[in-house]
Design a protein around this ligand. Structure first.
Ligand SMILES: Nc1ncnc2c1ncn2[C@@H]1O[C@H](COP(=O)(O)OP(=O)(O)OP(=O)(O)O)[C@@H](O)[C@H]1O
Ligand SMILES: [Mg+2]
Length: 845
């Protein structure tokens, strides 16, 4: 039994339904909490009682369960079924070796997965999200606010929320200012939803659920439910992430093989019965042939290759949050990125303050600074904003007004608003992107056009342009809920800021294009500013697409338009995502690099989301790859690591499957041509075991420089085509061996024949492992593995163990002949692969 402190006075799990209907005070009372937060000791006791705030699906998986899961793998299932069939006909040797194969691959696999999971979990921990919680050290101490890991939150905790925060649990709002949340993961609605801390609740305006995220505004809230008690945990919408491109490819290959494995034994049996009059005695052989097809080590090689790549990256500060994402990074052929901080330094400096007529006007800056000061000041918790900070730095003294209310910058409406008391009068001050501000102003059409032209001219210099407008606000009108919806403003003018291009960006962009990756810039900024910045960085800009113009296009037209463009400007968060989806629909593998709340939707839509460690919580949570800094060169490192790992996996698949397919064809053919079985089941299986062990070395192989030059994706069809071709060649080598054994060496009797073929098989396997790769260099593990294979093949028949496996010593001439066959096979293979891999630059596997 789990010990838990007794606390009968606290209701242990208040039902969600209860909280929803209660006033703020009643809700706090039900949760036995207060506006000053929980006492630390109480929070600790609650943590023991309620458990960590972790969704059930995210808990670490135990050893036995991991082992059970690897048994559920389709290969393992077929292998076990074949083992069972062997046991039923009392073919104990075959059954035993199959069980050994299954156990070895399951143990290796769960161990590999365990290690990989543990290291990814440790890496994820480094970028884990935290929540700002209000707690007290003791009953009568003053509350303090601190960041704690989200999993430590308990019901009753009082938390603060700001833009970019994940809602860490199901919460009831106590106070909210301009709060909008994105709750698509729960409800599917893509637009942010406004939330209010109503005292007498109606609907669910006053509730925010785990899984949603704050787009704008700020709030104080009490945690109502955590972990498995949250609505997200209870809904079917819970974690289930879509299968990545990589998983789909691996599954595709696996299922093709599984189908073959199921078909082979009956086909072999029937053929043997019809052509050779053999009965059930051929069954163990038929089973062994099917087993011979399985790439048992596939899961192990995949996990090892990916884990190795991600461990190397982690040393350079690049964190891959799920292993399969590493493959997807290597497959990226379009990298979408935001502008600010990626292409520029994100250190804006105030330039000018310009009136509607184009002349300098300090009054505009004063209003901009008032807006910046109060939106920053009234936000709770404060939200850093580089533009606001730059404006305040450039205009420290902005007069004597007092802030009443504010709604901080919101990436959807693209404005920020402050309501201030200026002397006796109230005034709204709006600042934001040019179009939405001009739209809210009372201007004659010619004046509006003139203002827009002026903004264009300023932006063409690469400056960031913010429009400023103000309006009187009747003092008796209460502070409006959504300040951003003010209309009928008086246009004040523009302030401009310079954000220098990043000095590293040009080289990094050039490096990306050398890797076959097309960069695309999706920005919320003005078209002219974005175009100028991109040009300064040496990007060929072409036509600049304004996201607003894309609204009326169909998905296909949109895909066409953004396929050609390098820069898409004035994007709202949803438009960024739409562009990403359109590019994916055109068959691109799309990466998205960004760090803001406005990048979240696009990050989720992309094949791979990438963000810097300093990104807001939601973005970091959604990203697959987290960089130490917002640095395109680090993206390049991740791409290289991804391609290297995928390259090793592709090589493994080609080698393992080509040799397996070749052996299967040869065995089936020889089985029909010979009066005896061409190999004993136990020999097939032992040989298979040796191959599997040796092929593990391929996870540690070197990278092919050509593979690093273009996007690399696991393509099941291409791999299967390759395998059929080279498998057939392998079968030819085997058949030539049979001919030599039978006609040249005049081998009589099964044991000598079996031995000859066993030796040839082990040697050709070593040759394949060395030659069926795109590079000629040999890594140490590979050298050792192939050496060991050859040694086992040549020496096992001479060893005392030989009789146990039905092998016999052969005369020296046989060895010479076998070596000659293998040599010939090697030369043919070399000629074919060199030709194939030479123009590999134009082809991907
Ligand atoms: N704090 C702010 N106050 C007022 N207006 C702002 C503020 N921040 C941004 N804007 C305006 O809103 C526009 C869109 O901002 P958003 O954050 O969506 O994109 P961005 O930062 O310009 O570009 P990117 O997506 O490349 O980072 C900006 O170009 C600017 O005109
Ligand atoms: Mg931004």
């Amino acid at each position: 039994m789990v010990w838990a402190p007794e606390a009968p006075s606290t209701p242990s799990r208040p039902a969600q339904g209860d909280i929803a209907a209660l006033s703020r005070l009643q809700a706090l009372r039900l949760l036995d909490s207060g506006p000053r937060g929980l006492v630390e000791a109480d929070a600790e006791a609650r943590l023991l009682r309620h458990g960590e705030n972790v969704l059930p699906g995210r808990r670490p998986v135990s050893w036995p369960r991991r082992l059970a899961r690897s048994l559920r793998d389709p290969f393992t299932m077929v292998l076990l079924a074949l083992g069972l069939v062997s046991a039923l006909i009392a073919s104990w040797g075959t059954a035993g070796v199959i069980v050994l194969l299954v156990v070895a691959s399951c143990v290796l696999r769960s161990n590999g997965e365990y290690r990989a999971d543990r290291s990814t979990a440790a890496l994820r921990e480094l970028v884990a999200t935290t929540a700002t919680v209000r707690r007290r050290p003791s009953e009568d101490a003053e509350p303090w606010e601190r960041e704690i890991p989200v999993d430590q939150l308990v019901p009753g905790d009082v938390v603060k929320l700001g833009p970019g925060d994940l809602v860490p649990a199901d919460v009831r709002l106590l106070r909210a200012r301009g709060l909008t949340v994105h709750q698509a993961p729960l409800t599917g609605e893509s637009a942010p939803v406004p939330k209010r801390a109503l005292d007498l609740p109606e609907g669910d305006d006053h509730l925010c659920r785990q899984g949603s995220s704050v787009v704008s505004g700020s709030a104080l809230a009490v945690v109502a439910a955590t972990g498995a008690d949250t609505m997200l945990a209870g809904s079917s919408a819970a974690p289930a992430r879509r299968l990545s491109a990589f998983d789909r490819s691996v599954n595709g290959i696996s299922w093709t093989l599984v189908r073959l494995m199921v078909i082979i034994p009956p086909v072999a049996l029937v053929a043997n019965a019809v052509l050779r009059g053999r009965g059930l005695e051929a069954l163990p052989f038929a089973v062994a042939v099917a087993v011979g097809l399985t790439p048992e080590m596939l899961p192990v090689v995949v996990t090892t290759a990916l884990a190795r790549g991600s461990a190397l990256l982690a040393r350079g500060g690049v964190i891959v949050k799920r292993l399969a994402a590493l493959h997807d990074v290597g497959a990226i052929d379009v990298l979408c990125m935001d502008k600010t901080g990626t292409l520029t330094r994100d250190r804006p400096v105030l330039r000018d303050s310009i009136g509607p007529d184009g002349d300098p006007d300090p009054e505009v800056l004063r209003w901009a600074a008032i807006n910046s000061f109060w939106t920053l000041h009234l936000a709770d918790p404060p939200v850093p904003d580089a533009l606001d900070e730059a404006i305040l730095l450039g205009a420290p003294d902005h007069g004597d007004v007092e802030g009443v209310d504010a709604s901080p910058f919101d990436p959807v409406s693209r404005v920020s608003c402050a309501l201030v008391r200026d002397g006796g009068a109230h005034r709204v001050v709006v600042k934001g992107a040019v179009e939405p501000v001009l739209e809210r102003c009372t201007l004659s059409p010619p004046d509006r056009l003139r203002a827009a032209r002026l903004a264009d001219r300023l932006a063409e210099e690469g400056l960031r342009v913010l429009a400023v407008a103000t309006a009187d606000h009747p003092a008796d009108r209460p502070a409006v809920h959504r300040l951003g919806e003010e209309r009928g403003l008086a246009f004040a003018g523009f302030v401009t800021l310079a954000d220098e291009p990043s000095p590293e960006a040009p080289a990094a962009l050039a490096a990306l294009s050398r890797r076959g990756i097309t960069p695309k810039v999706l920005t919320g900024d003005h078209p002219a500013t974005a175009a100028r910045t991109c040009r300064d960085l040496g990007l060929s800009v072409g036509t600049v697409v304004n996201a607003g113009e894309l609204a009326d296009l169909s998905d296909a037209e949109l895909a066409e338009a953004v396929g050609r463009a390098t820069v898409v400007t004035r994007c709202t968060p949803e438009q960024k995502a739409r562009v990403v989806r359109a590019l994916r629909a055109r068959g691109h593998t799309v990466g998205f690099l960004g760090d803001g709340v406005n990048d979240l939707a696009a990050m989720r839509a992309a094949d791979v989301g990438i963000c810097p460690r300093g990104a807001v919580d939601v973005t970091r949570e959604a990203a697959d790859v987290v960089l130490a800094a917002k640095d395109l060169a680090a993206v390049d490192h991740a791409v290289v690591a991804g391609r290297r790992s995928t390259g090793n996996i592709v090589t493994y698949l080609r080698i393992a499957l080509s040799s397996n397919v070749g052996n299967v064809i040869a065995m089936l053919a020889a089985g029909l041509a010979l009066p005896f079985l061409p190999m004993l089941p136990v020999q097939v299986l032992v040989q298979n075991l040796c191959f599997d062990a040796a092929q593990l070395a391929l996870a540690f192989d070197r990278a092919d420089p050509a593979v690093l030059r273009r996007p690399l994706r696991l393509r099941p069809r291409a791999i299967l085509r390759f395998v059929v071709g080279f498998g057939a060649l392998n079968a030819v080598a085997d058949l030539v061996t049979f001919a030599v054994l039978t006609w040249v060496l005049g081998v009589a009797g099964a044991p000598a024949f079996h031995t000859g073929w066993f030796i040839e098989n082990m040697l050709t396997q070593a040759v394949i492992m060395l030659l069926l790769r795109p590079i000629s260099g040999v890594s140490r593990p590979l050298g050792l593995a192939t050496g060991a294979l050859a040694a086992v093949g040549l020496l096992l028949p001479l060893s005392p163990l030989a009789s146990a496996f039905g092998l016999v010593a052969l005369p020296a001439t046989s060895y010479l002949w076998l070596l000659a066959v293998v040599g010939l096979y090697g030369v043919t293979l070399l000629a074919l692969t060199r030709r194939r891999f030479r123009d590999r630059g134009r082809r991907t596997p």
